[in-house]
Design a protein around this ligand. Structure first.
Ligand SMILES: CC(=O)SCCNC(=O)CCNC(=O)[C@H](O)C(C)(C)COP(=O)(O)OP(=O)(O)OC[C@H]1O[C@@H](n2cnc3c(N)ncnc32)[C@H](O)[C@@H]1OP(=O)(O)O
Length: 412
């Protein structure tokens, strides 16, 4: 009965983790390998995890990793990485999730973290809690037998070397760390998270090989890496294998191109599948036939401004902007009202004001636009942003942009 959960969400104790996690596994329909379970246990931040209990049985789970996320301008902003959300099938649609989201956002605010972010199992769930879809991911299925790649000057000076993923992890992490400040949405690596990339249970491979790795090197220095799998296939006309890219990062265009050239050219493979890539990923501009790459977009990172003033002041703006925004936020009423945002490419301030509003929007739209991946003009065209002073929409929309597409390289 709903009344038995009246105590509401409370912080998870260490000795409760197994039953708490079992609820999560059941809610997701089962699955997961022992390796992944142990990794999830080690990454759980107990004092930031909530459970709901009914007559001694766990019926609700939610966690909030302590991440730092890059925002436009390059600042690394404390961000609650909302995760492991589940409600027992026996207790759904009674407000258990709502109670956890309410408690969690109050906690995040009290920790002084201006942002919360998540990837959603279903896009319909989190808008009501003020999360906006802020990034898209690019997926593609590239016909490498027919699509050619033209690489930039300097590519031949990059050496591509095979390596066991664990042996080069440190060098790959160094590449990742150098890229983090340059792209909104990227997360600074927290201790333990480097292991996520190496978890490779056979049960999750779907018939493909174990994880492979190549590094790009110039003058003995690692300048990029790609992790991938191969799956051999034979059709009536011969080989028909697939390369499945898991992860790729590079510090310069030639290293990037060298890695893509390697992936396009593996013998016996005719398809390269890529997923979770940034929408401005470089390979799209190297290929001879983008149509045969079958690119697709999907919603990826959802962002919630937990403290509107601090969040808007933490990023920079592509062009000078001075606007008053009227924010609606029923779920976190401390954000509601008018804010004057003044900023440029060097910095910004965002303070409460009694001045007349130039734009009106909900905190969900602000979350969608925050990383610069969704134009305010597009949201206005959908009726989600209202312009109250002529010219304010164009001014703010350009200012909120990002020179580099925001991207979350991995889920959490
Ligand atoms: C960040 C992450 O971890 S994402 C993972 C989320 N978890 C899952 O997908 C696991 C499987 N699903 C579940 O565990 C549950 O269905 C949950 C967590 C999605 C929802 O939990 P519930 O306790 O049923 O949600 P709650 O009762 O608070 O619902 C609040 C509102 O959201 C709506 N809602 C809840 N789930 C969904 C959904 N999947 N799709 C659409 N609407 C939904 C409800 O209808 C309700 O709407 P209302 O306020 O208009 O009445």
């Amino acid at each position: 009965m709903a009344t038995e959960c009246a105590a509401g969400p409370r912080v998870l104790r260490r000795d409760e983790w197994d039953t708490w996690f079992d609820n999560l596994v059941r809610a997701f329909g089962g699955g997961g390998s022992p390796e992944e379970r142990e990794l999830d246990r080690s990454l759980t931040e107990f004092d930031r995890s909530l459970g709901v209990w009914d007559a001694g049985v766990c019926v609700g789970t939610a966690g909030a990793f302590s991440f730092r996320m890059t925002v436009p301008g390059g600042a690394s902003v404390p961000t609650a990485g909302v995760t492991m959300v589940s409600v027992a099938p026996t207790h759904r649609r009674r407000g258990v999730l709502t109670s956890m989201m309410r408690r969690q956002l109050e906690d995040v605010r009290s920790w002084g973290e201006p942002l919360a972010a998540l990837t959603a199992s279903e896009p319909a769930i989190y808008g009501r809690f003020g999360y906006g879809a802020a990034t898209s991911q690019l997926d593609a299925e590239i016909d490498t037998a027919r699509v050619a790649l033209s690489v930039p000057d300097g590519t031949d000076s990059v050496r591509v070397r095979w390596a066991a993923p664990a042996d080069v992890l440190e060098a790959c992490e160094a590449v990742y760390a150098r890229l983090v400040p340059g792209r909104p949405g990227m997360l600074a690596r927290q201790p333990g998270w480097e292991r996520v990339a190496l978890i490779d249970p056979e049960s999750e491979r779907e018939g493909a090989s174990a994880l492979q790795c190549v590094v790009a090197e110039r003058d003995g220095e690692v300048t990029g890496f790609a992790r991938y799998r191969t799956k051999l296939g034979w059709g009536e006309s011969g080989h028909d294998g697939t390369v499945r890219l898991e992860d790729l990062a590079a510090l310069d265009p030639a290293s990037e191109a060298a890695l893509w050239r390697f992936l396009f050219g593996i013998d016996l493979m005719t398809t390269l599948t890529v997923s979770d890539r940034p929408v401005d990923d470089a390979w799209q501009y190297l290929v001879s036939d983008i149509r045969r790459c079958r690119p697709r977009l999907r919603d990826a990172l959802y962002v919630r401004l937990v403290d509107v003033g601090a969040a808007l002041a933490a990023r920079t703006y592509l062009v000078p902007v001075d606007v008053v925004v009227e924010v609606a936020d029923d779920f976190c009423p401390w954000n509601a009202g008018r804010w004057r945002l003044s900023g440029d490419a060097k910095g910004a301030s965002c303070e409460r004001t009694r001045d007349a509003a130039d734009l009106a929007l909900s905190v969900r739209e602000l979350g969608a636009a925050y990383l610069g991946g969704v134009p305010l003009t597009a949201l206005a065209a959908a009726g989600r942003v209202r312009e109250l002073r002529a010219g304010a929409l164009a001014e703010a929309s350009v200012a909120f942009g990002s020179a580099v597409a925001p991207w979350l390289p991995h889920g959490f």
